[in-house]
Design a protein around this ligand. Sequence first.
Ligand SMILES: O=P(O)(O)OP(=O)(O)OP(=O)(O)OC[C@H]1O[C@@H](n2cnc3c(O)ncnc32)[C@H](O)[C@@H]1O
Ligand SMILES: [Mg+2]
Length: 198
Amino acid sequence: MKELIVATKNKGKVLEFRQMFSKYNISVKSLLDFEEEMEDIEETGTTFSENATIKAEAVSKQFQLPVVADDSGLVIDALDGAPGVYSARYAGEEKDDEKNLQKVMHELEGVPMEKRTARFVCAVAVARPGEGTFVKKGYCEGFIAGEPSGTNGFGYDPIFIPKGSQRTMAEHSSEEKNAISHRHHAIQQIEDWLKHQS
Ligand SMILES: O=P(O)(O)OP(=O)(O)OP(=O)(O)OC[C@H]1O[C@@H](n2cnc3c(O)ncnc32)[C@H](O)[C@@H]1O
Ligand SMILES: [Mg+2]
């Protein structure tokens, strides 16, 4: 079993990377395993790809190892793309999932279903010492629900209904989410590299 570092402090992401990398025989170490040694990495980019690159390269440089990072978020058409790259801090610096999704509910009050189109976006960056960085993006199209529902997943999952479904992402099992998510679609595109790691 090969071990890979995923440069994230988000427990929900760590779990999904563990679930999705297991089929490549790759075990995941995250920044939660190195909490004391890790400074917070400032996400100063203006795109998901830039922020994923910043996180992957910072940690790869520190450990001199290949590192995967994920920058992701929710893009809502009726809000001109917000919360977008600011998804984690939409309702404030404390990065509170519940406050973030309540703010979306508030902003979309009175907006009819057909205008509540949205997508989850995930950029996955792979930084390799001496060999440069590459980034791949994945998407999951859907709608913002009228009210939150479900307890699975994390973040905005209770208010996101994937296209073609009647349930929110938080009402999908982890297996179901991992078959359709933005993160799944991004990871699929780095599959060749993952296969060479294990
Ligand atoms: O930067 P790291 O340490 O990876 O952790 P983070 O939580 O700050 O992650 P991001 O900067 O990429 O911000 C992502 C935001 O989008 C939300 N998000 C990302 N993927 C999601 C998913 O699969 N389901 C629900 N919400 C998601 C997540 O809750 C955050 O608010
Ligand atoms: Mg972040």
